[in-house]
Design a protein around this ligand. Structure first.
Ligand SMILES: CC(C)(COP(=O)(O)OP(=O)(O)OC[C@H]1O[C@@H](n2cnc3c(N)ncnc32)[C@H](O)[C@@H]1OP(=O)(O)O)[C@@H](O)C(=O)NCCC(=O)NCCS
Length: 194
């Protein structure tokens, strides 16, 4: 169902983070992180070349998802700093089959602090409570071991490898498929691992 143009997903808070909807004011600070090729090494999107690329993400992609009522993309912030340091969220991969997909990235200076696990836990709590996924899946390009660790820590199960399932930047990439089912959340999520 289409939401009113001003609808935004609810702000979520965790011990260290605030997850909120993006606004156009985020363009410049987000660009400073999204321009980093190390961040985009394993993402479907390319490193942003100019702030106009970031504005396109905020105006076209984010606004469209909010119109669909999706909790995606969330700006990850570390209070009291209001600026985004990354993004995460869930959207329908196949609504008919009640399958959502989780996506996330965080800026390089913030890697290794467990922020993405913390953020995704809040997003998953929210989607299992407020939406109706039976399954939340995540796709990881082969070689992105840090991302696989995030999913393992969240309690996702590795399902297999989709060989050469992605043509990206001129190369066929293997994609690792992960998922968590409604019944498994959050019981198989080992909180001690963070
Ligand atoms: C992958 C990513 C989301 C991990 O987020 P994170 O908040 O750093 O995750 P964690 O702190 O839980 O660390 C996860 C693993 O990353 C590895 N890691 C930590 N610091 C690292 C660093 N500076 N460089 C590379 N890997 C690092 C560790 O092996 C860690 O595993 P551990 O728990 O066994 O120590 C983040 O690195 C990122 O945004 N990368 C770029 C975008 C991307 O790949 N997104 C995912 C697409 S599927």
């Amino acid at each position: 169902m289409i939401k009113p143009p001003n609808w935004r997903p609810p702000t979520l808070t965790t011990e260290r983070l605030t997850l909120r909807a993006f606004t156009e004011d985020d363009a410049q600070p987000l660009f400073e992180h999204a321009r980093n090729p190390n961040v985009a090494r394993f993402t479907l999107w390319d490193a942003h070349r100019t702030v106009a690329d970031t504005m396109l993400f905020l105006r076209d992609y984010a606004v469209l998802r909010y119109l669909e009522g999706m909790p995606e993309p969330y700006a990850i912030t570390v209070p009291p700093d209001p600026h985004p340091i990354g993004a995460c969220g869930c959207f329908w991969a196949a609504k008919l089959h009640q399958t959502m997909e989780l996506g996330y990235w965080i800026a390089e200076p913030f890697w290794g602090k467990g922020y993405v696990v913390e953020a995704c836990r809040a997003v998953l709590d929210h989607v299992f409570a407020e939406h109706e996924p039976e399954r939340v899946q995540a796709r990881v390009i082969d070689g992105n071991t840090a991302s696989e660790r995030v999913l393992t820590k969240l309690g996702f199960r590795h399902e297999g490898v989709l060989r050469h399932a992605l043509l990206r930047r001129g190369n066929f990439e293997d994609v690792r498929m992960y998922s968590v089912l409604r019944d498994e959340w959050p019981n198989n999520c080992d909180k001690k691992l963070t």
